[in-house]
Write a new protein. Structure first.
Length: 119
């Protein structure tokens, strides 16, 4: 089982990035897939979630209207499209997969990808 994030980097304020989270060993549509972010000295913050099955979504207030989470079942990948980026979006972004299947809990994390928003 593996989650591999990519797509981070340095971008100017107002710019866009698309993060990818490629999964192997399980099917993303069967899991609630989340993006978190963390800056040094602060707790990890939930950014967005796409739920299993129908794919309903939820966003943190701080990113609502700017970020979009989606998944591509054919590629078994989840994305985070980030627009109108602000310096306060700077963080390490982590992908998480979580599910309870047949009374067993599964919880997987990626290694993180750095996003830096700066002029």
């Amino acid at each position: 089982v593996q989650l591999v994030e990519s797509g981070g980097g340095l971008v100017q304020p107002g710019g866009s990035l698309r993060l990818s989270c490629a999964a192997s060993g399980f099917t993303v549509s069967n899991y609630a897939m989340r993006w978190y972010r963390q800056v040094p000295g602060k707790e990890r913050e939930l950014v967005a979630v796409i739920f299993s099955g129908g794919g309903g979504t939820h966003y943190a207030d701080s990113v609502k209207g700017r970020f979009t989470i989606s998944r591509d079942s054919t590629k078994n990948t989840v994305y985070l499209q980030m627009n109108s980026l602000k310096p306060q979006d700077t963080a390490v972004y982590y992908c998480n997969a979580r599910a309870t299947l047949m009374n067993r809990e599964y919880d997987y994390w990626g290694q993180g990808t750095q996003v830096t928003v700066s002029s």
